[in-house]
Design a protein around this ligand. Structure first.
Ligand code: HMG
Ligand code: MG
Length: 284
């Protein structure tokens, strides 16, 4: 039997959050409902951040309320602080994510906090979430390069990973936020992180800005990672990471994994339908 690799679908959140045109809530709900039939175990649907910072995600509670929940799917949400967590719990998110960075410049630009301040802020969020029975995922942005500070040291990524791990994150997603990582540098970064967190609790989250995301996934597979974040249609990017183009497209990751002999358990026809829907939401 083929080895299993899981794709964590982030299209409804990371894919759409950067769109300039306000996408109707009903369209977001329709996209999630389509994706729910694709075979994903986890879909990131919502982001309970400040609506002033990311207006596109302001209707996250309405999206969560509107979707038809599939039994097998966990619907995930970003929660930068206690207020975000309260909103996620009220919206019945199945799991939440705290999101930090390995570079100070991006941390300040994205969440208005130094790395140390952000970790202090996340600790009670993670603890309260876990007490409420919600699995907590941790993101680290800028694992190789920062749009403000330049190259990022692998040791810094490992240091933040160890802190998120100690907070009880069940998985840590390593973000090449601006898609500048090369396979060699991703491998170097992973070597440092693997000293503190095992491969089975890591995910790769590689943006495809420079067209290297699939190569970076391949080197991560060699290092033992078996979970990768992707967005149908390859939409998205972070509003606080200038020049960051799309997430790696779920359908492209699926196809590459299939060639490499990995099984994702996903229905390709449904993925392609979702990709069409997502691309139709993109601003001209
Ligand atoms: P701040 O301005 O320092 O926060 O922002 P504050 O606590 O001073 O609050 C300011 C205002 O925001 C207040 O409202 C709060 O109530 C409100 P006011 O009194 O002015 O009317 N507020 C909130 N409202 C709703 N929900 C909340 C919330 N928190 C505060 N949770 C904050 C700090 C973290 C809130 C802000 O910086 C923020 O929302 N940042 C999020 C930025 C973001 O979402 N970026 C994209 C996601 S990360 C990403 O894409 C990377 C990733 O994909 C991995 C990768 O690719 O690397 C994950
Ligand atoms: Mg991202």
């Amino acid at each position: 039997m083929a080895d299993r690799v899981e794709i964590f679908e982030v299209g409804p959140r990371d894919g759409l959050q950067n769109e300039k045109r306000q996408i109707p809530t009903a369209d977001k709900v329709a996209l999630v409902d389509c994706l729910s039939a694709a075979g994903f175990r986890r879909i990131e649907v919502a982001s309970f951040v400040s609506p002033k910072w990311v207006p596109q995600m302001a209707d996250s509670a309405e999206v969560m309320a509107g979707i038809a929940r599939a039994e097998a799917v966990r619907y995930a949400a970003l929660t930068p602080n206690m207020k975000g967590l309260e909103r996620a719990i009220a919206a019945r998110a199945d799991e939440v994510a705290i999101f930090g960075a390995a570079s100070e410049g991006f941390s300040k630009a994205n969440i208005n906090a130094t790395i140390a301040e952000s970790l202090a802020r996340f600790a009670p969020v993670a603890q309260t979430a876990r007490e409420a029975g919600l699995p907590v995922r941790g993101y680290i942005s800028c694992v190789t390069d920062c749009p403000y500070d330049g190259p990022v040291a692998p040791e810094k990524v490992a240091e933040v990973a160890a802190r998120l791990d100690a907070m009880g994150c069940y998985e840590i997603s390593l973000g090449d936020t601006i898609g500048q990582g090369t396979p060699a540098r991703i491998a170097e970064m992973l070597d440092a992180v693997l000293d503190v967190v095992p491969a089975g609790r890591l995910a790769g989250h590689y943006h495809d800005t420079a067209g290297r995301a699939l190569a970076n996934i391949e080197v991560s597979l060699d290092k033992g990672l078996r979970v990768f974040d992707a967005a149908v249609g390859g939409l998205g990017g972070c509003p606080y990471a200038p020049g960051a183009a799309g997430n790696v497209a779920t359908e492209a990751v699926h196809d590459r994994l299939a060639v490499l002999g990995f099984d994702t358990g996903l229905d390709r026809d449904v993925l392609l339908r979702g990709a069409d829907m997502a691309r139709a939401m993109r601003s001209p």
